[in-house]
Design a protein around this ligand. Structure first.
Ligand SMILES: [Zn+2]
Length: 427
């Protein structure tokens, strides 16, 4: 019965909901320099704050503080945090229900080359069944849907038993500091949903990532006497080959039901100064993606994978006299844990039931090959978490970004029904 009412409320208020999303898209909330130089989230956060306040949510407004988040591995320190507040809205339940966090980021990547956009990146324009603009898919539509789902529940006139916490965070595109600050501030719940675009698919897991910088030393010399020198690029290539062998081994042995194989990408190579000079140094930058392992702490998985990389490098070093005397320098310069909530967990099961009821079709459960803020809620706050949002992930960070309106409206329904089913309502 409630489900039918929710559908009806969304149908009746559809235009107002689309306007709310348009207004968010029309507001510039770009991060600058991956958050390092700051971000324009404030005006967007004002819209969210006002809406939550109107509904009677208690508002907690706070900026990221490096001093507080630096204890977390993978925290991205040194960003300009002033004037970029997180907005957390809390609606206390009447008691006896389960609590829920809905988490979405307000920041977007920069729009890039404005000339390439058919319309203004901040148009928020609706054409046919699609709403256009920067951040529409990534992820203002899902963030708006979270807030609007709370409005649907208010319109419905029911009272939730469990607490509902809506987190509109900054600096996700800069690496997740906004969510990290929420975790540090102590926000916990029985479950969390991160609204990255998944096309209404349930994603209860994503890959972890580790960036390595490997610097190999050589002996520089004029190329006419190269036998007297040591070519650092040659040595680096050997190391790269060893890493590819490790990747090959992973692809054969490391399997995950929802996620792709583990990979190592060599993304940057710098070495040498001229064709006539034996290069004296070479630096490789790699990013590897790894799977979570069931019943293993994320730190343990991360340590093993990192050690495997060190061992692969070490195998080359052991067989090379020069490298034994001049071992390469290896550092991790960025990273994020994987996360996984078992498919059998009541969170996944309940979301699946709701999705199937709303969509009238089999729900899709899959993994996310990249990473997102879900890892922070799951890894550092121990909250069972899934990713579920509207829009096609291929629309993220692209020219003429857009989101299908029917998916946005369905997501409001899905969120509203799930909140009711998870938090419980007073009868
Ligand atoms: Zn995103």
């Amino acid at each position: 019965m409630v489900r039918v009412q929710v559908k009806e409320i969304v149908r009746q208020n559809k235009d107002a909901y689309i306007d709310f999303l348009s207004a968010l898209v029309q507001t510039d909330t770009q991060v600058i320099g991956h958050g390092v130089l700051g971000g324009n989230e404030r005006a967007g956060q004002e819209i969210i704050r006002r809406k939550l306040q109107q509904m009677g949510f208690q508002i907690d407004e706070f900026c990221v503080d490096d001093e507080k988040i630096k204890k977390y591995p993978g925290a991205n320190l040194g960003h300009k945090n002033d004037g970029r507040p997180n907005i957390v809205g809390v609606r206390k339940g009447t008691g006896g229900g389960k609590s829920l966090i809905l988490n979405g980021h307000i920041d977007t990547m920069p729009f890039g080359d404005r000339e390439k956009w058919a319309d203004d990146p901040f148009s928020g324009q609706v054409k046919g069944d699609v709403l256009y603009g920067l951040g529409s898919t990534d992820m203002k539509a899902s963030l708006a849907a979270m807030v609007l789902a709370a409005e649907v529940i208010q319109t419905l006139g029911v009272r939730l038993k469990g607490d509902l916490i809506i987190q509109s965070v900054v600096d996700e595109e800069g690496g997740g500091n906004g969510t990290l600050a929420c975790v540090e501030r102590g926000y916990r719940a029985d479950a969390a949903i991160v609204g990255e675009p998944t096309q209404l698919h349930i994603q209860p897991a994503h890959m972890g990532f580790l960036f390595h910088e490997i610097t190999v030393e050589g002996k520089s010399l004029h190329s006419s006497q190269l036998w007297e020198g040591v070519n650092a690029i040659d040595k680096a290539i050997k190391i790269y080959q060893s890493l590819k062998e490790l990747e090959h081994q992973w692809l054969m042995t490391e399997r995950h039901p929802l996620l792709p194989g583990q990979t190592i990408n060599l993304g940057e190579i710098k070495g040498g100064i001229a064709g006539s000079v034996v290069p004296g140094s070479c630096t490789l930058k790699t990013c590897l993606h790894y799977q979570p392992k069931p019943n293993e702490p994320y730190e343990t998985t991360r340590e093993r994978v990192h050690q495997q990389v060190l061992d692969a490098i070490d195998r080359v070093v052991k067989g090379d006299e020069w490298l034994r005397a001049h071992p390469p320098k290896v550092t991790v310069y960025q990273e994020g844990f994987p996360f996984e909530t078992p498919v059998s967990h009541p969170l996944v099961q309940k979301v699946r039931d709701v999705l199937q009821e709303v969509l009238q079709e089999e729900a899709v459960i899959e993994g996310m090959p990249a990473g997102c803020d879900a890892r922070l809620l799951a890894g550092f706050a121990d909250i069972p978490t899934i990713i579920l949002g509207c829009g096609d992930p291929r629309q993220c960070h692209c020219i003429d970004e857009s989101v299908p309106i029917d998916q946005f409206l369905l997501l409001i329904e899905v969120y509203a029904n799930f909140i009711i089913s998870w938090c419980g309502i007073e009868s």
